[in-house]
Each structure stands twice: as structure tokens, then as C-alpha cells.
Ligand binder design. Structure first.
Ligand code: CAA
Length: 285
């Protein structure tokens, strides 16, 4: 198997943009695909901003920053991913959209190219079934914010071959992450534990009649969490959390997995957290 040199990233939102940044900093050539040129440019701007901050803080040499920025090319055409050795998908969490994308990518990239999904809660095996190369499909599940969170779950689907899993693991390591191998079970490792835990936290808001500020303070100062659960759900996105919780509930039928009604109501009201400017908290930036 040829060395991985070029990584395609499909979807340059919060997760995809962060993954593209990691790949650039690790020395890969990156082809980033967004549906419009404007969205692509916005992602490139965010990446340039964070790399500039790293230079200001002495964490990155200016030459390395310039080289990283120079390795990014943007496109709106999936066909431009034809030369990629690995494609990481980070589009919206909708199975139908992912199936359509993987089927299309399967017809574009070389037969040995690895296709990875960053899905949080959908089945990698189901996504792989949309392709003629399920043995080359794996999960690479990064955590939000991707450039800062050290973990990446390397997910082996039913038909993934060892070589694809190990190649994805090696890419995670080269990105400076702490990769962990696991099988394709609902929620993989972290979300299987974190989603019901966050659901419990939201229920406690009403049960204990505690404010979001005090709940966050309680979990930070009483349990050592780096950020409180309301701040975390706002960061992840209330729509993303509700979707992941619903997907886990659908598969596992455990009541604790189901999203609390309060979060569903917030999602329906457009209170999505940081990205919409308002969730449990208000955001001006
Ligand atoms: N690239 C580079 N730097 C970035 C960045 C990026 N994309 N995004 C933010 N930064 C920078 C910030 O700008 C900041 O630097 P400056 O202010 O100097 O410019 C720096 O990183 C650190 O910011 P903070 O002071 O906020 O850092 P912190 O020490 O408080 O840590 C944190 C932040 C790592 C996010 C920490 O709060 C934490 O670990 N929180 C928990 C996050 C978590 O649990 N995530 C998992 C969510 S679940 C999930 O993702 C799974 C899923 O499938 C839904």
C-alpha cells in the first residue's frame, strides 16, 4: 500500500475544518471540499486564524504556518478528490446523505483509497455498504474541538481490513493524536458513555432546580470536568447532541440514551448552542 500523502476532507464545518487543519499541520496535502466556494473560504479563514494564533504563541514557526496553508486546496467538486489516498468525511449526521456521498466517492477515488467517516453515532458498517470497497472503509471519530482534543477513535467496521485500520491509526498518530482502536458499536467508546451522562446532567437541571451556571460549576469543581455539561453541549451543538442521542436510543433502546425533552425543545426552537449564538448561554462572537 502506497504511503498516504494526500487527504481529502469532505465537509469543512467545525469538525471537518479542524480535521483539515490537523492534516495540514501534520504535513499532508489536503483537498477540502465544501458545497459552496464561500463555505470553503470561510473554513480556510478559520484555519489560517488558528495557525496565526499558534505562531503568535510561539507554538508554530512562521515558515511551517506558510507551508501548511500552502498545502490546502479548496474545491466544490467531489471529482477533485480523485487523487486522494485517504478521504475523511465530516458532513452532516444524516445517514442518507452519507450513503449518497460514499457511493459517489467510491466511483471517483482509486480502488485502494481509504474512505473514513467522522460519524459520531451512525453505523460505519452501514455507510461502508454503500461502496464496492467496504474493506477500505473505517471510522475516524475526532472530538470537538478537533485540533485541541487528543483522542481519535479508529473504528473497525464489519468488513474493514487490517491494513485500512492500521493506516488510519498511523494517520491519527502523525496528526499528534492519541488513537484508540474499537469496533463499530453504537456510540463507539466515548459517546456510549458521554451521551447518557450529558442527558443525566440536563435532567438534573430540572430535578435539582439548579441553574446552568451552577450545574457547570458543580461538575467542574466537584468532578474535575474541564468544562461544565451545559457549556459542552453548547459547544458540541444541541442539534448534534440530540441527533446522536436519538441514534443511540434507536439502536440500544436504553431510556437513558434518549434525548431529554428540554434539549429537543431547544433544538426545535433553533437554540443550537454556540453556532447559533444561543443555547444554554448567549454568544456574541
Ligand atoms: N486550532 C488551534 N487552536 C484553537 C482551535 C483550533 N481549531 N480552537 C481553539 N483554539 C485555541 C483557542 O483560540 C485558545 O487559544 P487563544 O485563546 O490563546 O487564542 C486555545 O485553543 C485554548 O483555548 P482555551 O483557553 O479555551 O483552552 P482550555 O485549556 O480551556 O481547553 C478545551 C479547551 C480543550 C476545549 C477544554 O475545555 C476541554 O477539554 N473541554 C471538553 C471538550 C470535550 O469534552 N469535547 C468532546 C465533546 S464530545 C464530542 O466531540 C463527540 C461527539 O461525537 C459529539
Amino acid at each position: 500500500m502506497a504511503e498516504i500523502r494526500t487527504i481529502g476532507v469532505v465537509g469543512l464545518g467545525a469538525m471537518g475544518g479542524g480535521i483539515a487543519q490537523l492534516a495540514l499541520e501534520a504535513g499532508y496535502d489536503v483537498v477540502g471540499r465544501e458545497v459552496t466556494a464561500e463555505l470553503g473560504e470561510r473554513a480556510a479563514g478559520r484555519i489560517a486564524h488558528f495557525l496565526a494564533r499558534k505562531v503568535e504563541k510561539g507554538q508554530l514557526e512562521p515558515d511551517a504556518r506558510d507551508a501548511a496553508v500552502g498545502r490546502l486546496s479548496l474545491t466544490t467538486e467531489l471529482e477533485d478528490l480523485a487523487g486522494a489516498d485517504l478521504v475523511i468525511e465530516a458532513i452532516m449526521e444524516e445517514l442518507a446523505a452519507k450513503l449518497e456521498l460514499f457511493a459517489a466517492l467510491d466511483g471517483i477515488v482509486r480502488p485502494e483509497t481509504i474512505l473514513a467517516t467522522n460519524t459520531s453515532a451512525l453505523s460505519v458498517t452501514e455507510i461502508a455498504a454503500a461502496t464496492t470497497r467496504p474493506e477500505r472503509v473505517v471510522g475516524m471519530h475526532f472530538f470537538n474541538p478537533a485540533p485541541l482534543m487528543p483522542l481519535v477513535e479508529i473504528v473497525r467496521a464489519e468488513l474493514s481490513d487490517d491494513q485500512a485500520v492500521e493506516a488510519a491509526f498511523a494517520v491519527g498518530e502523525r496528526m499528534g493524536k492519541h488513537p484508540v482502536r474499537c469496533h463499530d458499536t453504537p456510540g463507539f467508546v466515548v459517546n456510549r458513555v458521554l451521551i447518557p451522562l450529558l442527558n443525566d446532567c440536563i435532567k438534573v437541571l430540572d430535578e435539582a432546580r439548579v441553574s446552568p451556571e451552577d450545574l457547570d460549576a458543580a461538575m467542574k469543581h466537584g468532578a474535575g470536568w474541564p468544562m461544565g455539561p451545559c457549556t459542552l453541549v453548547d459547544l458540541v451543538g444541541i442539534d448534534v447532541h440530540v441527533h446522536a442521542a436519538e441514534a443511540l436510543y434507536e439502536k440500544l433502546r436504553e431510556p437513558r440514551m434518549a434525548p431529554p425533552p428540554r434539549l429537543v425543545a431547544m433544538r426545535n426552537a433553533g437554540l443550537l448552542g454556540r453556532k447559533s449564538g444561543r443555547g444554554f448561554y448567549r454568544y456574541d462572537d
